[in-house]
Design a protein around this ligand. Structure first.
Ligand code: AMP
Length: 198
């Protein structure tokens, strides 16, 4: 199964993706994780990306697409994947459609998590205290939410069933007690512990 998660930072995408990964035995591909690994490894790309990430802005489309393509074409993703953090703008949306068409791996399901900003701010504060991620600093979280509203929220295309032969659209909430409505996506088995920071 090929799944893409949408939702602002702190909406629980990572948590839900991890649950699904364990359930379905397919890799969780997070562009944020790929970038953080490059930062940690101190690669030239990582050094370039760090300042942008710490400021809560988006890393350049070319860099992220290159990393994504390299990861998604690994053998372990042949049987499906859970994509988290991509696409984040309209250009990335078009690039993803092209990439998936090229490798013959169309999306099966797109899931959007809607969470109130107040819950996101509270969650990120907890994560900031625990993990000290610069982009969880409350000022940066506000910036990232702005970027999400301006650049990511308008991304609708992969969520529209008519754009993908097998595409289906799912929406859910992951704030407090989840009232996730994932419709017929029973196979996804989401929501076991949806209140954790993701
Ligand atoms: P995330 O863990 O998904 O919240 O990503 C952490 C940070 O990595 C984001 O705030 C961006 O700076 C960067 N990032 C992750 N995914 C993307 C993407 N698809 N395009 C651009 N920047 C990204």
């Amino acid at each position: 199964m090929r799944i893409v998660f949408f939702g602002p930072n702190g909406s629980g995408k990572g948590t839900q993706a991890t649950l699904l990964k364990n359930e379905l035995g397919i890799p969780h591909i997070s562009t944020g994780d790929l970038l953080r690994a490059a930062v940690k490894a101190g690669t030239p790309l990582g050094i370039k990306a760090k300042a942008v990430m710490d400021a809560g802005q988006l890393v350049s489309d070319d860099i992220v697409l290159g990393m994504l393509e390299e990861r998604i074409t690994q053998p372990d993703a042949k049987g499906g994947f859970i994509l988290d953090g991509y696409p984040r703008n309209l250009a990335q949306c078009a690039a993803l459609e092209d990439l998936l068409a090229r490798i013959g791996q169309p999306l099966d399901v797109a899931i959007k998590l809607d969470v109130p900003d107040s819950a996101i701010l509270a969650r990120c504060e907890i994560r900031f205290a625990a993990e000290h991620r610069a982009d969880d600093d409350p000022a940066v979280v506000r910036k990232r939410l702005e970027v999400y509203r301006a650049q990511t929220a308008p991304v609708r295309r992969p969520l529209r069933p008519d754009r993908q032969a097998q595409g289906r659209r799912r929406r859910g909430r992951s704030a407090g007690g989840v009232s996730a409505d994932f419709g017929g996506a029973a196979a996804l088995k989401l929501g076991r512990d949806p209140t954790r920071v993701g």
